[in-house]
Design a protein around this ligand. Sequence first.
Ligand code: ATP
Ligand code: MG
Length: 600
Amino acid sequence: MTVPNPETPSAAPAPSDFIRDIVAQHVAEGRYSKIVTRFPPEPNGYLHIGHAKSICLNFGIARENNGQCNLRMDDTNPTKEDVEYVESIIQDVKWLVAGWADHCLGFKPKGRVPQLQSVNGASDYFLPAVCPSAQNSDELEPFFASDYFQQIYEYAVALIRKGKAYVCDLSPEDTDKYRGTPDTPGKDSPYRNRSVEENLSLFERMKAGEFPNGARSLRAKINMAAPNIWLRDPVLYRIRHAEHHHTGNAWCIYPMYDFAHCLSDYLEGVTHSICTLEFEVHRPLYDWILEELGLARPLPHQYEFAKLIPTFMIVSKRKLIQLVDDKIVSGWDDPRMPTISGLRRRGVPASALRAFVTGLGVTKFNSVTDIAVLEHAIREELNKSALRRLAVLRPIKAVITNIAPDQAIELDAVNNPEDPNAGSRKLRFTRELFIESDDFMETPPPKYFRLRPGGEVRLKYAFIIKCDEVVKDASGKVVEVRCSADLDSRTGGPTASRKVKGTIHWVSATEAIDAEVRLYDRLFDTAEPDADGDFKKHINPHSLEVVTAKLEPSLANASSDLRYQFERLAYFTLDPDSRPGKPVFNRTITLKDAWAPPKK
Ligand code: ATP
Ligand code: MG
């Protein structure tokens, strides 16, 4: 079977990196019947651009190997999680993989709790039907680690029976103290040698809700002197009397990440569990748990790669939530946020985001990535796909004195010179126009090729005009320029080839529509906003400017599915705040990189 591969014909060869090399070797050896990866966010915030990297890596590997990538909510911490986050994560993942890897999206039938038939094997474990299309998934939902709470509990009981786990009465603080430091070994807990029976009974009573938060924990019995601190009798279960967004009040003990993650991977038949480098030190524990439980092979294995950390961005849900809570931004999907939903609202195409995160490759070394690389990927994509339109952000009036007030000349304008299939549209040239206020200067500096008194300039898709007169208000501000047009200079006309140095954009003042245009810039004013641990001090005060712009009338029918280039200005997209007759556009990105640190 060949995988639908819409991007390969024109795109670069399939990416290659050390993780893909490992997978390729396993495929060559026939080690697994199917390659299964997973993307396991904790639903404690919205996904950000770093997660996009992990999504594209996990789905990319599934896609390249006829495999499957499960979306799994890693929801073992009830107090920080919420269904709002679950829903946003589903929407963001679907958006990012749509048309690219949605055929690899591992979902399960809604409401069904997967059942493990025997504690000692995943063989008869329910494996999901691959979601045929992300759009058509009303009856499907992601996996939830919390769906496995019963099975994970049974695995914990199995470890206790084997003498490999015990109930410990140390407080969380004392547990930390007893653990030692990387240089000094830990100390055995006084509860380490409880009998299996006592442990079983106490664990059962923990589950039954007999003890308050923090009173007891279940710990693996490994080695308090292990050089790897994560192997010093790590906590497997803790008591949390808290309602869970997915399991309600069914549980008051919750498994720790390290215990739940490897088992969730196992239960889903994951073959390659790919995560970021900070989990490398947890890998021995991941393997220890699976080995000690004597589970049927093949077992999942964990592989680690370096996080994506773009400059001028924060990639930590814990910190991003502060921007939301402190109302520094309008929400998780504020177009200045590095969240997937923010980038989408900003107008960044999913394909550009995928091209960016995939193009960076996958390494074992942490480093920061220049945001210019992302911006380049966005411009490349939008240059190919955006419809060209005329819009004036800061208008001044230009009156064309040799056009009659009721006259309108129809002109052809191509929709996208990069895409012959995009066709063309008609523009109507009228006596009263708007031009951009900075396209006119009364006393311009050298090399200013736009409009000046007595000077000529070409109006895009239209005529050469000459500025004959300047009208000012009482304060001396220019409010209108009066011009004459060379009506022979349009395309195909007798003087069409006449050269003037500048071309500027315009809209008809009588036919243009008004729009609120939100000019977004980088949220932070410094490349590494968290370098001093105080990212909120580095907010760019000019990250949003709102103007009322004049747009060519065709933009009254703008679609939120399309991208637009306002010629000579930037790329824009329609914002969901738009109302009939009241469009709102977001600036995705300027046409060229002209960023300079803002003046404070
Ligand atoms: P945060 O610190 O933002 O909360 P996290 O690692 O706690 O991030 P998770 O929800 O646990 O967030 O992450 C889901 C997956 O995404 C994990 O496998 C994690 O390793 C990966 N991931 C998180 N941040 C990045 C990043 N910046 N670059 C690449 N992958 C990331
Ligand atoms: Mg995490």
